[in-house]
Design a protein around this ligand. Structure first.
Ligand code: HAM
Length: 421
């Protein structure tokens, strides 16, 4: 029988890597707390309609990347391709922004998109996501960008670029869309096949096509900044001013439109110079019409998500540190078979007292156990002599010194020793 492998585009995060992931999540979690964001846990699957109406029928995500299936009750269910629509649904359903109040929420977990796998692009990937709901002021956009930059600063990421744009609103975007249509229609023969279909359904998306010939046409396209209404213009000015006040540098990119339809006004990405083609470590923006698109009252929102897989890649590439690799402090070894019971009891006591410890549970000889003990700070040795004296021999494995400690005082002794490290 053939071996069953993990599905294409998924990976196992093995213990050699998982502690680094924990460091990234803990750092993000602490930063979220420092910015007043509370954690929310959401379902991993939702009704398909949430994404088709929320993210948008004409997006690549909804058109061709969703993991959609019928459940046993005949309902169309989708594994979430992103978190924003789910956060908004939860806010509406649980009345989190009642009477003009606001909610700052964050979450992290797996997302699913049926994309072509490559470096930094997976079918199951992990996002850290933050959403600020209920505030239309540009200060919220600035705070969200500041939060994402701060997470990366704490993680030690270098060589990042913040790219921002405004994609307008329901008032000014249709006018811009018309101008774009005119321009692209005049250059139809230079567009790739995908962009020809986008021309009909979503011409803004042509602006961020990566193909060279489309890129040339997009560069020549009318500038969105010339089409923004007064409200969008002044909102964008406020965002830029806010970023400058905090000393952030950013690049303006009129071709940044993002792959999700819910954006209004601010759109932004944080790019890494160390990622190759999939160079966005974070993306986000404002989405003031998402709530109404999924059937709720108007709740403005702004947020971002960053890809944990990509953060990992950049951190490894840049030689960033991940804090200390977790280690077990003490190894408890049995000199003979009769001492194995006492070893188990001592290990139990140490663990109950928060001393990370390990003992042999596979029946290895004393010599083999001690060979194993090499990677710990202390070895607690118990044999017939120790049992007779109700004691433990504790060996410091760093300097090989050894002491005899009463059995009941082993916890206290090791706590004192741990405080020195
Ligand atoms: P997004 O740009 O689709 O935005 O994804 C955000 C980030 O998730 C990307 O910048 C990237 O780091 C990571 N990512 C996306 N797709 C993959 C993949 N296939 N493999 C690995 N990493 C990936 C959103 O999802 C929006 N919900 C962000 C947002 C939140 N906007 C407002 N609030």
């Amino acid at each position: 029988m053939s071996i069953i492998s993990a599905p294409r585009g998924t990976r196992d995060i093995l213990p050699s890597e998982s502690w680094k992931w924990e460091y990234i999540i803990n750092t993000a979690s602490q930063t979220m707390k420092d910015f007043g964001f509370s954690e929310i846990h959401l379902p991993i699957f939702e009704h398909t309609e949430l994404f088709s109406r929320g993210v948008g029928e004409t997006t690549d995500i909804v058109e061709k990347e969703m993991y959609t299936f019928e459940d046993r009750g005949g309902r169309s269910i989708t594994l979430r391709p992103e978190a924003t629509a789910g956060v908004m649904r939860a806010a509406i359903e649980n009345n989190l922004c009642a009477q003009g109040s606001f909610a700052k929420l964050w979450n992290w977990g797996p997302m699913f998109r049926h994309e072509r796998p490559q470096k930094g692009r997976y079918r199951q990937f992990y996002q850290i996501d933050a959403e600020c709901l209920g505030i239309s002021n540009a200060m919220a956009d600035v705070e969200v960008i500041e939060l994402s930059v701060e997470i990366f600063r704490r993680l030690g990421l270098k060589n990042l670029e913040v790219v921002i744009n405004s994609v307008g609103c329901e008032k000014c975007r249709p006018i811009y869309r018309e101008k774009l249509l005119q321009h692209f229609n005049a250059h139809k023969d230079e567009l790739c096949e995908t962009c020809l279909t986008r021309l009909e359904r979503n011409p803004l998306r042509i602006l961020d096509c990566k193909k060279e010939s489309c890129g040339h046409v997009a560069d020549e396209a009318p500038d969105i900044f010339d089409s923004l209404c007064e409200e969008c213009k002044s909102h964008f000015d406020e965002v830029k001013k806010g970023l400058e006040r905090l000393g952030f540098t950013y690049t303006l990119n009129k071709r940044l439109v993002r792959g999700l339809d819910y954006y209004t006004k601010t759109a932004y990405e944080i790019l890494s110079g160390d990622l190759g083609a999939q160079n966005a470590v974070a993306g986000g923006g404002r989405y003031d019409n998402l709530a109404s698109a999924i059937g709720g009252n108007k709740i403005p929102g702004v947020g971002f998500a960053c890809g944990v897989d990509r953060i990992m890649l950049v951190m490894e590439e840049q030689g960033c540190t991940f804090g200390n690799e977790p280690e077990t402090f003490a190894y408890v070894a049995a000199l003979d078979n009769d001492s194995r019971g006492a070893v188990q009891i001592l290990t139990h006591e140490l663990r109950k007292n928060n001393i990370a410890s390990e003992c042999d549970i596979s029946g290895k000889s004393f010599k083999a156990q001690m060979k194993n003990a090499g990677k710990y700070k202390f070895a607690c040795i118990i044999g017939a002599e120790e049992i007779a004296k109700n004691s433990v021999s504790i060996k410091n494995l760093t300097d090989s010194s050894q002491v005899s400690v009463p059995f009941d005082e082993a916890v206290k002794y090791l706590h004192e020793q741990a405080a020195r490290f």
